[in-house]
Ligand binder design. Structure first.
Ligand code: NDP
Length: 455
């Protein structure tokens, strides 16, 4: 008999739900069910698989408000953000609903016949996702995996399983055949690890900490299992003196405090050219103090609590290192894992807060001298996920964009993620790309077929 997992609402610390906690035997059952469903799902005509994914997108679209409310309560995120994220979930399924009919190959001229390539589904894919964007990150993996003809076992984080469980019900309602999409709610160290080690799982797609990512890559190596990893970040928001400083300051808070800073793309290092540092900080202070932090379910809330008491302890520990607080925003008193948005300045590049992923609402402001110094500081990290460059000099923007070692960059904006463009990291931020046309490559194998034509 499985025990019960208690799901907490981070804004109130109250019990939100109790759900059965899976064990290793439940993972094995889910993998067996996905394996049994694979031949028929792979063999489905591409147009039919596309039709089912469109129906799934329609079904999700009809439940956006319900899913957004569930996500906002379970993850403690602002309801307006949760709505946007659920919209992206729908868009992700719509985008990849076009994929089954566009899994194109090449024809390659060779002697004596014809060579061509096809993309084959992998089989059963294990998806292990974190608690910061629970259903959104799951959708980035589910949609291309299913579109390519794989069947899946999804393991959400134990802290945030509710939208994944509801998603499974909606997938059934949309007509996705039994066994194609399975959810297992259980601990990473047992259920996640079993997925990594299971001989019938062909690939693991993981988002989470670099530490766990490394252990997954090591575990998968034994069976040469395919792995894609979306891991941590310490992204730089580089602001040159010639930038539109008002626009850069207005945009900076959401880029680091959005989702209470629990975002792998958080621009948690704000690099500012030293001759405009004081002016930029004056502008930023106004923006940070105006941030509305509070009840995630209030329509105008911009930032909610942290996910858990443990995360609150981790984030708070960065304040014990003696960094100088430039200013802070507000946070409610009382129950809930609250941490006020905090700007530290000036921070030395060697400080822990400038080197480690905080995963909470703390921004480290680091001054730089010139373009070369900015690039040096931006690259002075083991991570390489995202980043931004603010300048009115177009040639400099492109030079710096090419020089910074990260997977995604914005110029005069702070966006990282779009359904139609590739997303993923350099260095210890992981490997493989999600979203956009390239994600399908990570859920298929390339096969070469040669057909002899000489009589
Ligand atoms: P984890 O990397 O531990 O968790 C991510 C997912 O992996 C969860 O589903 C977790 O399961 C699962 N997992 C944990 N251990 C294993 C394992 N040995 N084998 C397989 N799966 C496993 O992140 P945390 O939740 O512990 O967060 C810690 C820190 O990681 C954060 O403070 C942040 O710095 C970083 N992080 C980065 C994220 C990103 O998007 N880059 C996302 C989340 C965290 P379960 O939690 O249910 O046990």
């Amino acid at each position: 008999m499985s025990d019960l997992l208690t799901v907490i609402e981070p804004a109130t610390e109250a019990v939100l739900a109790e759900v059965p906690r899976a064990g290793i035997e439940d993972v094995d059952r889910a993998v067996a069910s996905a394996r049994a469903a694979f031949p028929a799902w792979r063999a489905l005509a591409p147009g039919e698989r596309a039709r089912l994914l469109h129906t799934l997108a329609d079904t999700l679209a009809a439940h956006v408000e319900e899913l957004a409310l569930l996500e906002a309560r379970n993850a403690g995120k602002a309801i307006s953000d949760a709505r946007g994220e659920m919209g992206m979930v729908v868009d992700t399924f719509r985008y990849y609903a076009g994929a089954p009919e566009r899994l194109l190959g090449d024809t390659i001229p060779v002697a004596g016949g014809q060579a061509f390539t096809v993309r084959e589904a992998l089989g059963v894919v294990g998806l292990i996702v974190p608690w910061n964007f629970p259903l959104t990150i799951a959708a980035w993996k589910l949609a291309p995996a299913l579109a390519a003809g794989n069947t899946v076992v999804l393991k959400p984080a134990e802290l945030t399983p509710l939208t994944a469980l509801r998603f499974a019900e909606l997938a059934k309602l949309a007509g996705i055949p039994d066994g194609v999409m399975n959810v297992v709610v259980g601990p990473g160290r047992t259920c996640g690890q079993r997925l990594v080690e299971h001989p019938d799982v062909q690939k693991i797609a993981f988002t989470g900490s670099t530490e766990v990512g490394a252990s997954i890559a090591a575990g998968a190596a034994a069976s040469i299992k395919r792995v894609t990893l979306e891991l941590g970040g310490k992204s730089a928001n580089v602001i040159f003196a010639d930038a539109d400083l008002e626009a850069a300051a207005a945009a900076a808070p959401s880029a680091v405090f959005g989702n209470a800073g629990q975002d792998c793309c958080a621009r948690s290092r704000i690099l500012v050219q030293e001759n405009v540092l004081d002016h930029f900080l004056e502008l930023l202070e106004v923006e940070v103090k105006a941030l509305r932090v509070g009840d995630p379910l209030k329509e105008d809330t911009q930032m909610g609590p942290l996910i858990s008491a443990a995360q609150l302890r981790t984030v708070s520990s960065f304040m014990d290192d003696g960094a100088s607080v430039a200013f802070r925003g507000s946070a409610p008193d009382g129950p809930g894992y609250w941490f006020a948005p905090t700007v530290l300045s000036p921070v030395a590049p060697s400080d822990r807060v400038a080197r480690e992923e905080v995963f909470g609402p703390i921004a480290a402001v680091i001054p730089f001298r010139d373009e070369a110094h900015a690039v040096e500081l931006a690259n002075d990290t083991v991570y390489g996920l995202s980043g931004s460059i603010w300048t009115r000099d177009g040639a400099r923007a492109l030079r710096v964009a090419r020089a910074i070692d990260t997977g995604v960059l914005s110029i005069n904006a702070n966006t990282s993620v779009r359904v139609s463009t590739p997303f993923g990291g350099f260095k210890q931020s992981g490997y493989g790309r999600e979203l956009g046309p390239h994600a399908l490559e990570a859920y298929t194998e390339l096969k070469t077929i040669y057909y002899a034509t000489e009589a």
